[in-house]
Design a protein around this ligand. Sequence first.
Ligand SMILES: N[C@@H](CCC(=O)N[C@@H](CS)C(=O)NCC(=O)O)C(=O)O
Length: 216
Amino acid sequence: MTLRLFYGDFPFWRAETCRLALHLGGIEFEDIRMKPEDWQRMKATGELPEGGYAPFWQVPVLEVDGKPIAQTAGIARFCGKLTGLYPRDNDFLAAKVDEVLDAATAITNEIFYDSRGKEGDDKLRARQALTQDYLPKWLGFLERVLNENAESGWFVGKSMSIADLAMWRLLGWLTSGVLDGVPTNILENFTGLQQLHNRVDSLPKVGKWMERHYGK
Ligand SMILES: N[C@@H](CCC(=O)N[C@@H](CS)C(=O)NCC(=O)O)C(=O)O
């Protein structure tokens, strides 16, 4: 099977969940990192570098034997199934992984759409409202889901899944300081989520990957 993943050169959960699942699972793939001009072309025409195509003119896109799959959660599930990081014989656990992926999508959309079209003080005010209300509420929901599976410390079942990889990068984004108005200590009251983030972050293969690709 030939795999090509298209996304930007940054560790956002939309693509990094799939990249890390494939990397940890020892599955080779071509990791095509788009440049600014590639984004412009993709958004205007759906064309991707090196002859790829984005079905919805958005990325990530995973191409499997020349055929594209779009949509973050579907791509993550596909990569999770290939690598043993998505339950294949337990529909309940699979739905619990989906629940976390869909929550990651909901939070991402809220952050992007809430500040879309706003600039300067307006944008900062929108982000501050997110920080004081929406994010603590949703981080609390996630912490509770995690606590319900406290005996393993992973979001779902007894071992790490793509739910944990997705949350590791979503939480990494929220605490990175790149989101104006969202403080880097946003997780300070959510020790379970902090531990989950650190647990994934400290896996040796994950650390080496982050160092190699992003110098951190
Ligand atoms: N529903 C899509 C949304 C993907 C998405 O919004 N991707 C962004 C990059 S993070 C994008 O391609 N934006 C370009 C656009 O929408 O024009 C998914 O889940 O993958």
